[in-house]
Design a protein around this ligand. Structure first.
Ligand SMILES: [Fe+2]
Length: 369
């Protein structure tokens, strides 16, 4: 079955083409000559050569051109890795914010202040500390409300906020000698695993995202919740709950992704609880059980990962906590409130890539009818 036949079959089940609300951005490829990179996996993840330094990008004569190219590259590839970066905390914050600004985020969206981060912290309230010792302190409470499956760790950052991060930057400065890898999965590729009829069904739906783990920690007296604004005027209050579309359009690529995650998505609003539980479980299973849409990163000290939080989920691996600690800082640029544009397309459709092998027989059967 050709890609064109699949596209025709898919189009017959979906909406007619319309103009996009926002025109996608294209790469200008200004990075490629001086800042080489390679694809880590076919569908997700790009790693820059180890001599590439973020500080050089920040100070280059054509820095605006480079940041635009990098913002589009990360949006298309979901996550990028930079090895051994000697970055100050101020440079890390600037790096995150400039990616969002270069790609046209709303002027009112700044850097996120995590609801449980403290302004008295060494790095201030624009930081979210990744500290496994802190994690262990909270573990008992967290485990009371979670499954024992390690896959429960998959999430997108702070999707209980009205305005969610576009780009998140994490640098680790204290590492275990083994373990502690982070995995990312592509929401674009997850969308490709839906039948056309199921995708069309999901495109009309919204889901409630709640930071109930942080609310429970607050009730237990372990943390206080910053009522905001937490980096954008929309991100206020201590309820830590909002609704987002289940299928989200990435404004940079114009591609559709599935915007639900284990960490914070609690209910598809238009469905009964039983229906919602069944659909969410299926969607979560699609990204944990398809390892061809994942990339796994083994950290070295001072490595930096930067991901497009709109169209990916990620999970840390807690396989070291009995013996070692893992410490770093996360800075997150806030983007736009998530939206679904019916005129957007799937990634494979836009790039002319045939559907995933496991879907082809089903799509071929639709084309034959
Ligand atoms: Fe995270």
């Amino acid at each position: 079955m050709t890609y064109e036949q699949v596209t025709e079959a898919t189009a017959a089940l979906s909406l007619k083409p319309q103009a996009l609300k926002r025109q996608p951005l294209k790469r200008n490829f200004s990075l490629d000559k001086l800042y080489p990179s390679f694809k880590v996996q076919p569908h997700i993840g790009t790693e820059f050569a180890k001599e590439v330094k973020i500080r050089d990008l920040l100070n280059a004569p054509n820095t605006d051109e480079l940041f635009l190219d990098l913002a589009v590259l990360i949006a298309e590839r979901n996550v990028a890795f930079f090895r051994d970066q000697d970055l100050t905390w101020d440079e890390q914050k600037e790096f995150a914010d400039r990616l969002g600004r270069a790609s046209g985020k709303p002027p009112t969206s700044g850097l996120h202040s995590h609801p449980i981060s403290e302004s008295s912290d060494e790095f201030g309230d624009k930081n979210y500390a990744i500290n496994s010792e802190l994690g262990k302190k909270f573990a008992k409470l967290r485990d009371e409300v979670r499954t024992e499956l390690h896959s429960s760790a998959w999430h997108s950052d702070v999707t209980f906020e009205v305005v969610t991060p576009d780009y998140t930057v994490l640098r680790l400065r204290e590492l275990p000698p083994e373990g502690g890898d982070t995995l990312w999965a592509s929401a674009f590729e997850l969308y490709e695993r839906l039948s056309p009829a199921f995708a069309a069904f999901l495109e009309g739906l919204t889901a409630t995202h709640t930071g109930d783990g942080f609310i429970a920690l607050n009730k237990a007296g372990l943390v206080s919740i910053n009522p905001g604004p937490r980096g954008a005027p929309e991100d206020v209050g201590t309820h830590l709950s909002t609704s987002h579309p289940v299928i989200r359009t990435n404004p940079i690529t114009g591609w559709k992704g599935v915007f639900v995650n284990h960490g914070f998505t609690r209910r598809i609003n238009e469905l009964s609880k039983d229906e919602s539980d069944a659909v969410l479980k299926h969607l979560f299973n699609l990204y944990t059980q398809n390892h061809d849409l994942q990339v796994r990163f083994k950290w070295n000290k001072h490595d930096v990962a930067v991901w497009d939080n709109r169209s990916s989920v990620h999970a840390a691996t807690r396989d070291f906590e009995d013996h070692w600690t893992r410490v770093g800082e996360r800075s997150a640029s806030l983007g736009e409130a998530p939206y679904f544009d019916p005129a957007s397309t799937s990634r494979r459709q836009a790039l002319g890539i045939p559907p995933p092998p496991a879907r082809r027989a089903h799509l071929a059967s639709l084309a034959d009818k």
